[in-house]
Ligand binder design. Structure first.
Ligand code: AMP
Ligand code: FE
Ligand code: FE
Ligand code: ZN
Length: 292
């Protein structure tokens, strides 16, 4: 494909591969991004940089790759703490403290998954942890992998149903280990990365944090807010844009593509060139990769 420059670039800064809970391998994701007509895309698997190398290796001419991750975080200012997601772009993947935190969170996800399976099995539901772990294929384990086991067992017919209150949405859901969001912002910056709050107003995903917290995070080093995302209503998108303008934060839009684990397509929401260039300008961990 030919690359486009200037304001016409199509930029999608939030996607998942099999390194976490997406269904395309990193190499397949890269090809899908090219086929979708993207000029720039970010790989942002949950709590891992495991997809970076195979994605770089598969990069075709005309497509730029932003290496990133989506960190599982919490805000402890409410009880119980509010879980939230922090996108981190272009950070040093060898920063020792960040590496240690990601490894801790991934290990805890495995324990949590195994405990969720134990809860299901205690109710006579025949799903096996070894199958689920194998289904994750070495990637960061999450509820979508347990959802697949429920589908394989014929207990639910879709991922959406598996995330209902009777299943993984509530009844069998356990909290995740995560990183304090202020520590995460500090660590991402220390590793030369650029932190952006993922879907900060997505009330349909659960509780959201107050604007005051976002202002505090901005003061602590947060770079931007993801406004355009399928989990935001139009009013929520507008609110996030207004808040970003007030706080001097950049605004992104992204698909949060997960392959067939979700229905959203690559490029369904995109980021403006200026916001993207602000991210690149602030980054000092790794560079964006453009082959060819
Ligand atoms: P976990 O990180 O294990 O708590 O699982 C959360 C992941 O599940 C998110 O990153 C999404 O990929 C996925 N997810 C959450 N809610 C839904 C939903 N209603 N339908 C499909 N996937 C979902
Ligand atoms: Fe996910
Ligand atoms: Fe997310
Ligand atoms: Zn995501």
């Amino acid at each position: 494909m030919t690359s486009r420059t200037g304001s016409a670039r199509r930029i999608d800064l939030h996607t998942h591969s099999t390194a976490s809970d997406g269904t395309l391998s990193p190499a397949e994701l890269v090809r899908a991004a090219a086929d979708a007509g993207l000029d720039v895309f970010a790989i942002t698997d949950h709590d891992t940089t495991g997809g970076w190398a195979p994605a770089v290796a598969a990069l075709p001419p005309g497509l730029s790759l932003v290496r990133g991750a989506e960190l599982s975080c919490r805000w402890s200012g409410a009880h119980p703490a509010v879980p939230l997601h922090l996108l981190a772009y272009l950070f040093d993947p060898d920063h020792p403290e960040l590496v240690a935190e990601l490894a801790r969170v991934r290990a805890a996800r495995e324990e949590r998954g195994e405990r969720m399976v134990a809860l299901l099995r205690a109710d006579g539901i025949d799903v096996r942890w070894t199958d689920i772990l194998a289904g994750a294929g070495g990637g960061t384990v999450g509820r979508p992998h347990i959802a697949q086991a429920l589908i394989r067992a014929g207990l639910v017919s879709s991922t959406r149903e598996a995330f209902g209150a009777d299943w993984l949405g509530e009844r069998y859901r356990l909290p995740k280990e995560d990183i304090d969001v202020f520590q995460a912002v500090r660590l991402v910056r220390a590793a030369g990365g650029v932190p952006v709050f993922a879907h900060p107003r997505a009330t349909r995903r659960g509780r959201v944090v107050p604007d005051e917290l976002i202002a505090e995070l901005a003061a602590a080093g947060l770079a931007g807010l993801e406004a355009d995302h399928e989990d935001h209503s139009p009013a929520e998108q507008a609110h996030v844009r207004a808040l970003a303008a007030e706080l001097g934060l950049l605004v992104t839009g992204s698909s949060d593509f997960h392959g067939t684990h979700k229905t959203v397509q690559l490029g369904a929401f995109t980021t403006g060139t200026e916001a993207y260039e602000r991210i690149v300008a602030q980054a000092g961990g790794v560079t964006e990769v453009a082959s060819g």
